[in-house]
Design a protein around this ligand. Structure first.
Ligand code: HEM
Length: 383
């Protein structure tokens, strides 16, 4: 009876097709766990965010102290805040790993799923950026000032658009209230996009590490991958608990424990770790507009990747040269992250310029070239 119901009920049918009877390749590895972990992280962020918002006072005179009050006086407020702050870091860790999996196994050939993913990544970055402004600490204020100021490089409308976004002549109370509204709204848009992401994915089904696209070796999602995803969730929860309970401020900036002061600029303005790669690219370009374009391109370049796939083999599993280049790109990304946190002086300026260039050259030229070369090298002589 229950068996029939999950297949015939209009709502249960949807759950059944997505999480129970869904035919899934038998060989997908741990790298395929990060999608479900991202979904879990999104839920944690929404839930903890709603509880934080209940005690938040979005005004430039009260925001900082209302957050301190939540941490000190609200029942388990410190824990909810620590989950939310460190949850953002875990979210980015997982999304970078999820994208890395996509690059290595050429999952981007699911073009629609990939493109929706890129939009989610961008919205996630916007959400995290605006969330960081809310506690109205020194880094919140000055980070918001630096990043929103970049838009003044927009040709013709630059000088009009920045005060329009600020709601005044500088980052101020109006900026804080609109960022609060958007920080609440955007995660729900990401949630809607997640559903779209999965509808597109389930149209063709997940890829797999071997790159085989046949339906002959599929198993039902439940119980096999439900169990595997539950294991992943337990490990991820342990990670979040470790960060939130033992190292709650490890990834934050000490400057943000000081209330925002428009009269005193911190000596080193830098964003959270997950933005540092893009920040390094921004600072490496001498021209302001060029820097802004390079920074946005470092994310939207992902949209070009499906068009740059030149090999007939899908994943990199049997392409050792491409594997090497892939790991060089990962190292380059880590180097950019490190440089983004350093002061703007020698040798970091030059290192930043070299790694920024290498980032674009690897994705736009070296990877497609190597793919085409490997095609020639691996083509059997009788074809
Ligand atoms: C809020 C962020 C995201 C969530 C919650 C999410 C969720 C998921 C889930 C649940 C899956 C299925 C399980 C898996 O294959 O891991 C998946 C697959 C996929 N995602 Fe995401 N994703 C997100 C962001 C992204 C981004 C930023 C990209 C790429 C730029 C992306 C590209 C893909 C692709 C290509 C697949 C298919 C993988 C395959 O079958 O080989 N996703 N995603």
């Amino acid at each position: 009876m229950t068996h029939q119901l999950r297949k015939s009920h209009p709502l249960l049918k949807l759950v059944n097709h997505s999480l129970i009877d869904l035919p899934t390749p038998s060989n997908i590895s741990t790298w395929w766990n990060f999608g479900s972990l991202l979904g879990l992280t999104l839920m944690i962020q929404i839930l903890t965010g709603v509880f934080l918002m209940m005690h938040f006072s979005p005004s430039d005179t009260t925001a900082f102290s209302s957050v301190a009050y939540t941490s000190r006086e609200v029942w388990f407020g410190w824990l909810i805040r620590s989950f939310h702050t460190n949850g953002a870091s875990i979210f980015f860790m997982f999304i970078f790993l999820h994208i890395g999996r996509g690059l290595y196994y050429a999952s981007y050939l699911h073009e629609n799923t990939w493109n929706v993913g890129v939009i989610m990544l961008f919205l996630l970055m916007a959400t995290a950026f605006m969330g960081y402004v809310l506690p109205w600490g020194q880094m919140s204020f000055w980070g918001a000032t630096v990043i929103t100021n970049l838009l003044s490089a927009t040709p013709y409308i630059g000088d009009t658009i920045v005060p329009w976004i600020w709601g005044g002549p500088s980052v101020n109370n109006a900026t804080l209230t609109r960022f609060t509204a958007l920080h609440f709204l955007l995660p729900f848009i990401i949630l809607a996009l997640l559903i779209t992401h999965l509808i597109f994915l389930h149209e063709r089904g997940s890829f797999n590490p071997a790159g085989l696209s046949k339906n002959t070796d599929k198993i039902p999602f439940h119980p096999y991958y439900i169990m595997k995803d539950v294991l992943g969730a337990v490990l991820a929860a342990s990670m979040l608990l470790t960060l939130a309970l033992y190292l709650p401020v490890l990834l934050g900036d000490p400057e943000n424990f000081t209330p925002a002061n428009p009269m005193a600029t911190p000596s080193h303005i830098k964003p959270e770790w997950y933005f540092l790669f893009a920040y390094a690219i921004l600072r490496s370009t001498p021209n302001k507009l060029g820097g802004v374009l390079a920074m946005f391109s470092s994310i939207f370049i992902l949209l070009l990747i499906p068009f740059l796939h030149t090999t007939t083999q899908q994943p990199m599993s049997l392409r050792p040269l491409s594997q090497l280049l892939f790991w060089a790109l990962i190292l380059n990304f880590l180097a950019l992250t490190w440089i983004g946190g350093q002061p703007v002086n020698s040798p970091y300026i030059l290192l930043g310029q070299i790694t920024s260039l290498l980032y674009f050259i690897t994705i736009l030229i070296l990877m497609p070239l190597l793919g085409a070369l490997e095609n020639k090298m691996t083509k059997p002589p009788f074809i």
